[in-house]
Every structure is written in structure tokens, then in C-alpha cells.
Ligand binder design. Structure first.
Ligand code: C5P
Length: 286
């Protein structure tokens, strides 16, 4: 039996635009995504000689074939025709769920990366990312990691320059969660007033200009969720008062993130919010 270990990193959307609705019911998106150091840990035993099983430290997460990590493993073995002769997946979760942080997708991507390495790279990284699209829209980016532009459903990826070293993220997950399909429906019904300027964000990343990166944060889901949940404004006001250079919601929420210049700023913001929002984290760009 062999045990594989892989980190599953969360993501935030620096930009997120929702474009047209596709014939398959999904929407085309355009999003600059960033991997952050907030992570789950994934372990896989290969060759257990027993039926597949899964263990997760959070009992609210399905630990069976409904879990994206399990689906990813099944897809990998179905596609390659290999047989692990028994598999156990263990996940230590830290990434909050229903947050827009891509937690389930990160676990699935970690499984794909670990299996691909173990079987001596039957897929290139981009082919593995494309395979991941069958498991979920955010899986391809979570396979690639770093800073990248995602288009289509999220499977068309282009690497971008890394974020400046030294900056930090504060991620705050309020107690409510939103339904992603419902938010897409809401967006279909309204005129989107403010869309991201991707060119400006790409230039800001290329220049390593944190101020300009912050200035160009834009997520079309943010105003839709904020109008129904005013506590998001409270979290943002704390971010603003305690030195964040920029802030917004990630994905379809409900986590909100701030970009700060240093760990010290992040620690102060955490102290201000922790009492009301226990799900608060400091992370670095990865
Ligand atoms: O792929 P994922 O499971 O993240 O998507 C959840 C739901 O969000 C989909 O069933 C779909 O209704 C909506 N969605 C969409 N367009 C995307 C991604 C998600 O309409 N690009």
C-alpha cells in the first residue's frame, strides 16, 4: 500500500465577470483567480485491497461518492483504465464550505494532482486541468494553481504573473450562504452596472502594483449578495477602517476577503472581527 499526500489550496476571485448563458445551462465567465495558502490536507492510500472509502474531519461533508474528491479519483481511474486495487481518501478540512473559496474543487484537484504524480504523469498539467472540468467549474484552476485567467466555464486557463510577495489576505466567512445557481439566475435578470476591467488587472499584476490590483478588484456577484446581506458591508467597513488596500466577496460568496500590505495589518483586522466572525483566516498568495 502507498500513501500519497497533497495540499488542497483555496482560491479567491480577484475579478469575476459572468457573460452569456450557454446551451448546456452553464454561463461563460471571465475571472482572474488567485490561489491562497488556506488549505485542506488530502491523503490517499492506494492498494488497500478493500472497497473504496473516505474519511473527513467535518461530518457535514459527504464522505462518499458524492464528494468531489471521490468523483475526481473515479474519473482519473476510469479515464486511464488503471485499477488502484482499493482506495482510501482522507481529508482534513479547514477551508469553509459554501464560501466561494473553491474548497470542494481544491480537494478534487489535489486528488487529481496526487494520482497523476503517482502514476508518472499520464496527463500534462493542462490536460489534467481540462479533465477536472468534468468534476466542477473551479477544478481546472485548482489543478493549475497560482494566478490565472479562467474563461469558458472555467476550463480555459492562462497563467498570469504572481501577486506581489509579502501581501496577505484576510478571509472572513459570515454565517449565511447563498445558492450559486440562484445567483446566476438573478444575474440573468438584471443589467450588470459594473464589470471588471481585466486588462487593467493584468497590467497591475504585471507591474506588481498592489494598489492598482486592489483598485481593480471587481466581482459581479458582490453587489447582488451584499444588497441582501448588509452584514457584508459591516465586514468591509472593518477592512476599510483597519488598513486594507482592497476588499470584496469571492466567487458567489459568502466569504469576503481583504488584501493587506503585511501580516501585521492582517492580524489587527482578525482581532477586530474574530469575536463576531469565528471563521476568519489569514492567508498568503501561493
Ligand atoms: O460547476 P459548479 O458545481 O461549481 O456549478 C454550480 C452551479 O452554478 C451550476 O449547476 C450552474 O447552475 C451554476 N454555474 C453556471 N455557470 C458556471 C458555473 C456554475 O451557471 N460557469
Amino acid at each position: 500500500m502507498t500513501t500519497l499526500q497533497e495540499s488542497a489550496f483555496a482560491k479567491v476571485n480577484l475579478t469575476l465577470d459572468v457573460l452569456d448563458k450557454r446551451p448546456d445551462g452553464y454561463h461563460n465567465i471571465k475571472s482572474i483567480m488567485q490561489t491562497i495558502s488556506l488549505r485542506d490536507d488530502v491523503e490517499i492510500d492506494i492498494g488497500t485491497g478493500k472497497p473504496w472509502c473516505m474519511v473527513c474531519n467535518w461530518d457535514t461533508i459527504p464522505a462518499d461518492e458524492k464528494n468531489l474528491a471521490w468523483k475526481a479519483a473515479k474519473l482519473f481511474f476510469d479515464t486511464t483504465g488503471k485499477d488502484p486495487e482499493g482506495l482510501e481518501i482522507r481529508i482534513t478540512k479547514r477551508i469553509p464550505t459554501e464560501a466561494g473559496l473553491g474548497g470542494g474543487s481544491a480537494d478534487a484537484a489535489a486528488v487529481l494532482r496526487a494520482l497523476n504524480r503517482h502514476y508518472d504523469y499520464p496527463f500534462s498539467i493542462l490536460a489534467l486541468a481540462e479533465l477536472g472540468a468534468q468534476v466542477g467549474s473551479d477544478v481546472p484552476f485548482c489543478v493549475l494553481c497560482g494566478t490565472a485567467m479562467a474563461e469558458g466555464r472555467g476550463e480555459q486557463l492562462r497563467k498570469l504573473p504572481d501577486m506581489p510577495q509579502g501581501c496577505c489576505f484576510v478571509i472572513c466567512k459570515p454565517d449565511f450562504s447563498s445558492s450559486t445557481p440562484e445567483l446566476y439566475r438573478k444575474l440573468d435578470e438584471k443589467v450588470i452596472a459594473h464589470r471588471p476591467d481585466h486588462q487593467a488587472m493584468e497590467s497591475a499584476l504585471l507591474a506588481g502594483d498592489l494598489g492598482k490590483i486592489a483598485e481593480n478588484l471587481c466581482n459581479v456577484f458582490d453587489p447582488v449578495v451584499t444588497q441582501d446581506h448588509l452584514e457584508v458591508n459591516y465586514i468591509k467597513s472593518i477592512f476599510n477602517s483597519y488598513g486594507a488596500v482592497g476588499y470584496q466577496m469571492t466567487g458567489s460568496g459568502s466569504a469576503v476577503f481583504a488584501i493587506v500590505e503585511s501580516f501585521e495589518y492582517a492580524a489587527v483586522i482578525c482581532n477586530m472581527l474574530r469575536e463576531n466572525y469565528p471563521q476568519i483566516y489569514i492567508a498568503k498568495p501561493v
